[in-house]
Structure formats: structure tokens, C-alpha cells
Design a protein around this ligand. Structure first.
Ligand code: C5J
Length: 237
């Protein structure tokens, strides 16, 4: 077990990345949230605010995979029979269109539908677990914690959308379970710029009450210098 650390420039202070204990967790980079013509845009949101995260995530993912480090993806959505959809979530927003209804890319937030899937730019490769979550947090009603524990992961680099909802909820859940989280400003996004800024401020406030905030450039630079984790590819992580 290595005690090797890589110091990553971050706020409120440097993040000490443990190369053999850290996974990249990409939250809900789904077509319905990010693509023009999807459900997010149908609700009147400006999807370019989320799409700016695609390129930095793509670069980070390439570097992370290249270094042989573990990657996990999440998708927010429900069973086709909606048995796992709380009635309170179904009716929330009082909109004309709700989860499970027909949307522009299939039934909204239903597993197996085109809009529910991950955007092609960041599509998982074999060996990368995809966590289907019914809630905002990636630990609620999923096997994520077990998967991370089985791989002796204690740190997460968290990216994805949206900063203030599923990213924030997941980081808080992870923090309470003992994980150290580094959230990358340029790799997380919100339809609402103020919420993005405040969402990150809340994570790093009070000495990093929920975690650290950094950027993909600093992380890529640091891991690229270090090279791949010995045995990582062999172990299939
Ligand atoms: C996510 C949401 N992924 N905003 N979902 O943040 O409903």
C-alpha cells in the first residue's frame, strides 16, 4: 500500500492526492441535461452553461484513464415502471411535463431512454462502473459505497452537473462517509452561475467543510508528471 502523495493546488489549501486511493467520479453528464433539444433546454435552461464543462472533463478523463486510475460515472434516473420514483419527486415543480413522461429524447429520466444516457464525449469504457441513482446524491439507494470500499478508495475527484444539486449532494454524502473530495471548478456546471459560485464556496468554506475546490489543469499537470499507477490496469480498476 503506497503512502505516495501528490500535492494539488486547491482551495482552501492543497489537496494531498493519494494515487492508489483516489477515483474520478463523474456526475450525471447525461444527454437530457446537456444536449441542445434535451429536457433541460425544453425547460428553458441555457445548456451552454453546462456544455462548457465537456471539454475540460474530456481532457481530464483522457489523462486519468491514461494514468490507469479508476473512473466511475453516475446517471440520475428511474426504473421504467417508476416504482422507485417518490410521488413527491414526480409532482415537484408542478410542470406540464414530469419525470416518466415523453420528452424530446424519450421518457424523461427513465433508464434505457436516449436522454438518460451519458453524452458521447464522456462515454464510459468497459470496466468503468456506471451508478444509476434515483436521487440527487450518488450514495443514496446505490452500491457506490460498496464499490469504492471494495477498491479501497478513500478520495474522490468529483466532476459533472449540476454544481449545486447532484454534485453538492454527493460531496456532502461522501464527506459524511469519510471520503476526501476534490471538486474541479471548470469540470462542474450549473444552469445558474450564482448557484455554481455559491455551491463551490459552500464546499470549501470553513477550512474545507465538505472538501476542496481546484481546477482540471492543475490536476492533469500533477498526475501527468507522476505517470501511471503500477498495476492499476492489471487490476482492472
Ligand atoms: C442533477 C438535477 N444532476 N439538477 N440533477 O443535478 O436535477
Amino acid at each position: 500500500m503506497g503512502t505516495d502523495r501528490i500535492e494539488i493546488e486547491a482551495e482552501p489549501y492543497a489537496f494531498e492526492l493519494l494515487p492508489d486511493r483516489c477515483a474520478l467520479l463523474i456526475i450525471d453528464m447525461q444527454r437530457d441535461f446537456l444536449e441542445p433539444g434535451g429536457f433541460g433546454e425544453m425547460l428553458g435552461n441555457d445548456v451552454s452553461r453546462l456544455r462548457r464543462t465537456i471539454e475540460p472533463n474530456r481532457r481530464l478523463l483522457a489523462a486519468w484513464r491514461g494514468a490507469g486510475r479508476p473512473v466511475m460515472h453516475t446517471r440520475e434516473g428511474h426504473r421504467p415502471d417508476l416504482a422507485d420514483l417518490p410521488p413527491a419527486k414526480k409532482i415537484r415543480g408542478r410542470g406540464a411535463t414530469a419525470i416518466g413522461d415523453a420528452g424530446p429524447m424519450g421518457r424523461i429520466l427513465v433508464r434505457g431512454e436516449a436522454g438518460h444516457d451519458i453524452i458521447p464525449e464522456l462515454y464510459p469504457v468497459p470496466g468503468e462502473p456506471v451508478i444509476d441513482k434515483p436521487g440527487k446524491g450518488a450514495f443514496f439507494a446505490t452500491d457506490l459505497h460498496a464499490i469504492l470500499q471494495n477498491r479501497t478508495i478513500t478520495q474522490l475527484v468529483v466532476t459533472g452537473v449540476t454544481t449545486e444539486v447532484c454534485v453538492n449532494t454527493t460531496v456532502r454524502e461522501a464527506n459524511d462517509r469519510g471520503y476526501e473530495c476534490l471538486v474541479l471548478d471548470d469540470c462542474v456546471g450549473s444552469y445558474f452561475p450564482d448557484f455554481h459560485a455559491t455551491g463551490l464556496a459552500m464546499i470549501k468554506a470553513q477550512g474545507g467543510i465538505f472538501g476542496w475546490v481546484g481546477t482540471s489543469d492543475r490536476l492533469i499537470e500533477a498526475i501527468s508528471k507522476r505517470g501511471s499507477t503500477p498495476g492499476a490496469e492489471r487490476a482492472g480498476v
